[in-house]
Design a protein around this ligand. Sequence first.
Ligand SMILES: [Zn+2]
Length: 68
Amino acid sequence: MSPADKPIHIVRCPTCKRSVPWIQESRYRPFCSERCQLIDLGAWADGQHAIPGDPEWADDGGDDPDSR
Ligand SMILES: [Zn+2]
């Protein structure tokens, strides 16, 4: 009996760049683990919501909490 006859496809985890065998056991492929998958999804979601350098917050004289 030969344990592995067919070649295994290897992919890189997009988060940490580790090699991940493309097999059924790799549940989170192309990620190496659930953690890396969540990190990537989190980063993606952040990019959707957060706009870096929003000018509205910088120009409001927000130094005066008692002014209302
Ligand atoms: Zn990873």
